[in-house]
Write a protein that binds this ligand. Structure first.
Ligand code: GDP
Ligand code: MG
Length: 439
């Protein structure tokens, strides 16, 4: 994937004490290929590479002690810029309700995202009203009602005999009358963009004058998602984009191209089917995720929401200093379990994403139990100083945990790799890193 390829480029650079212009050119050729392969828009790639090159081939970089690091930092910044620089927040009307219109092609995720967004807003103590504006797709109304029930949010529906324009109009009045501070209008989609769809959406738009027109696009469709965004933007004027299905096998192209091509910022990303799988989009975090630095910030934020902060702080400190032991590992697993489905969490921890990719370590929640059993079978000493675990000890641990020696070996090896990755990560981000960035 993109991350792996970029990591290869950078690990070559990182090893160098001096970087020549030719090294930079070579690296940028590979970055260019990696981005194109990830389905990033051709023009976007060209401009991106030119910018990075321009900034990299300068005296400051060449003369620096750690030129590789400085270049990674430049790429990181440019990637962040490409995706909009900083977080694009949801508009809030000073005359409630804030009206949000959800648009997009069929199957993109409009209806589920409407529910997810309502849930996010509820968490901020808002009282959103969901509006069932898709009267064409069988069961679309029911789908929204089920979502509403699940999160205890009201759903406004007038069945499928009344026009969506009228439904939206009455819903707006209903929200005003009932003190709902957000109105989230789900709309119909088509398989392809067509005039009828656009005409109806324009009419709804004219009727309710939304503060936000959010286009929901499927990230898996890559450049098509960007074309769809362009089209909707020209016809309706979008205020933001929601990228869905980022949990799938996406190549990243859509996330990197949308803002640059359409001018519309990505406001949210959806990482799964569950109701709480929607997250505000942070360009800087996405950039570091793409660069394989792991999405530490997201993880820490999640941890702060779900875990007591003292433990989260301690976890962060240990990760930064790469001084954790198998005891910490166990503790961390305990904490991680509270954060949500494991496969989502794994992506956020430096080194873990790679671990997840290795086919012989399929970490799921069941696997986690086996890993725990192995660690439980270690002595106190072994947990604190993993390097003392020789073959004899490993055999004992395998027997004690009801696993086998191969599994034990694998875990210890991966633990080592994880430590190394964390060390690398903290070197990159810590006080000795390019800018001594604070997390
Ligand atoms: P709509 O036609 O645009 O309203 O799309 P729906 O909201 O009905 O979603 C279509 C399908 O995509 C449903 O099965 C959703 O569960 C699924 N879906 C939506 N968002 C995501 C996501 O972020 N990840 C995954 N894996 N599936 C999603
Ligand atoms: Mg729908």
């Amino acid at each position: 994937g993109l991350t792996g390829r970029l990591q290869n480029v950078f690990s070559k650079l990182r090893g160098k004490g001096k970087v020549s212009e030719e090294d930079v050119n070579e690296a940028m050729r590979e970055v260019r290929l990696a981005l194109l392969e990830a389905d990033v828009n051709f023009k976007v790639v060209k401009e991106f590479v030119a910018k990075v090159k321009e900034k990299s081939i300068g005296h400051e970089v060449m003369d620096s002690f750690t030129p590789g690091m400085v270049i990674i930092d430049i790429v990181n910044k440019e990637l962040t810029d490409l995706m909009g620089g900083s977080q694009a927040k949801l508009e809030k009307s000073n005359k409630p309700p804030t009206v949000i219109m959800m648009v997009g092609l069929q199957g993109a995720g409009k209806t589920t995202t409407s529910g997810k967004l309502a849930k996010l807003l509820q968490k901020q103590n808002s009282r959103p009203l969901l509006v069932a504006g898709d009267i064409y797709r069988p069961a679309a109304i029911k789908q929204l009602e089920v979502l509403g029930e699940q999160i205890k949010a009201p759903v406004f529906s007038l069945g499928d005999k009344i026009s969506p324009v009228e439904i939206a109009k009455q819903a707006l009045q209903h929200a005003k009358d009932n003190g709902n501070d957000y109105l989230i209008v789900d709309t119909a989609g088509r398989l392809h963009i067509d005039e009828l769809l656009m005409e109806e959406l324009s009419q709804i738009h004219a009727e309710i004058k939304p503060d936000e027109v959010l286009l929901v696009v499927d990230a898996m469709t890559g450049q098509d998602a960007v074309n769809v965004a362009n089209n909707f933007n020209e016809q309706l004027g979008l205020t933001g984009v929601v990228l869905t299905k980022l949990d799938g096998d996406t190549r990243g192209g859509a996330a990197l191209s949308v803002k640059a091509v359409t001018g519309c910022p990505i406001k949210f990303v959806s990482l799964g089917e569950k109701i709480d799988a929607l997250e505000p989009f942070h360009p800087e975090r996405m950039a570091s995720r793409i660069l394989g630095m792991g999405d530490m910030l997201s993880l820490i934020e999640k941890a702060q929401l779900n875990i007591d902060t003292d433990k989260a702080k301690e976890m962060e400190r240990k990760m930064r200093n790469a001084e954790f032991t198998f005891d910490d590992f166990l503790e961390q697993m305990d904490q991680v379990k509270k954060l949500g489905p494991l496969d989502q969490i794994m992506d956020m921890i430096p080194g873990m994403g790679k671990m997840k990719q290795s086919k012989d370590l399929k970490v799921d929640d069941k696997q986690m139990g086996r890993i725990e059993a192995i660690v439980f079978s270690m002595t106190k000493d072994e947990k604190q100083r993993p390097e003392i675990m020789d073959h004899k000890r490993r055999k004992r641990i395998a027997a004690g945990s009801g696993t086998n020696i191969a599994e034990v070996n694998r875990l210890i090896k991966q633990f080592d790799e994880m430590r190394k990755m964390m060390k690398q990560f903290s070197d990159m981000m810590g006080p000795k890193g390019p800018k001594g960035k604070a997390m």
